[in-house]
Write a protein that binds this ligand. Structure first.
Ligand code: HEC
Ligand code: HEC
Ligand code: HEC
Length: 157
């Protein structure tokens, strides 16, 4: 009983120490070569205060809370097209780079933070690339159909 308690306490202390070390990494990396290089956006301000955007852009873009997909209402202010256009980064050929390039605005940060997002499977990641709406719709429709099929399978039982 006492031994268990001691072991558990030691394990907890080790865990806390580990968490502490991890949490301090970004701080010690500040200013060094380890920080991501994030290209500056066009114009003098973002669609919301920069500090707010850093923390909350994912919520603004979320399909779940996005009127465009659910109700067919266009919320231009937080459109993904807008982000991609203002935050375009030119490559050697003079064209904006795609999200596969580590200089791409979204990629620069996400690669660093190891964030995985599939948005650009469907959406264009550079402004001069018209997204194929037909294919887009089909693809997202296919996903809906898969969900429906799963649901129906469950209902049969
Ligand atoms: C399976 C395909 C698919 C994926 C993956 C996807 N979307 Fe979409 N998205 C759509 C379709 C279809 C529309 C509606 C097309 C339109 O009206 O422009 C849309 C519309 C939007 C819009 C509103 C229109 C615009 O251009 O701004 C936003 C914002 C958006 N998506 C963000 C995201 C984000 C963020 C992700 C990743 C987390 C994502 N989407 C992933 C298919 C997809
Ligand atoms: C009108 C042009 C414009 C549009 C549209 C725009 N941005 Fe910005 N964004 C900026 C500018 C300018 C800054 C500030 C750049 C700076 O301070 O380095 C910025 C800053 C940011 C930052 C912080 C970058 C950093 O260095 O930490 C994020 C994240 C961001 N924007 C995401 C988005 C997203 C997501 C969208 C689409 C919903 C978007 N932006 C749309 C111009 C824009
Ligand atoms: C300043 C750094 C930074 C920039 C620039 C940035 N992001 Fe992010 N993004 C993050 C971080 C960090 C997370 C993870 C946040 C979390 O997990 O709580 C994230 C998460 C997201 C998510 C949610 C992913 C998920 O798994 O739910 C979406 C969608 C997203 N970003 C879209 C964008 C788009 C689109 C751009 C480019 C217009 C962009 N981000 C640029 C830092 C950034």
């Amino acid at each position: 009983m006492n031994l268990w308690r001691t072991t558990r306490c030691a394990a907890l202390t080790a865990l806390l120490l580990l968490v502490g070390v991890c949490a301090s990494v970004p701080v010690s990396a500040g200013g060094g070569a380890l920080t991501p290089t994030i290209a500056k956006g066009k114009g003098d301000k973002c669609v919301a205060p920069t500090e707010y955007m850093r923390r909350n852009h994912m919520d603004l873009l979320d399909h779940q809370r996005d009127d465009t997909v659910i109700d067919g209402i266009r919320t231009e202010r937080f459109s993904l097209k807008g982000c991609v256009s203002c935050h375009a980064v030119k490559g050697e050929d003079g064209r904006a780079v795609t999200v596969k390039d580590e200089r791409h605005f979204c990629a620069s940060c996400h690669l660093y933070a190891a964030v995985n997002m599939d948005c650009f499977d469907c959406h264009a990641s550079r402004p001069d690339e018209a997204k194929k709406l037909g294919a887009l719709r089909k693809k997202s429709h296919a996903r809906d159909m898969a969900v429906l099929k799963d649901y129906l399978k469950g209902a049969e039982r």
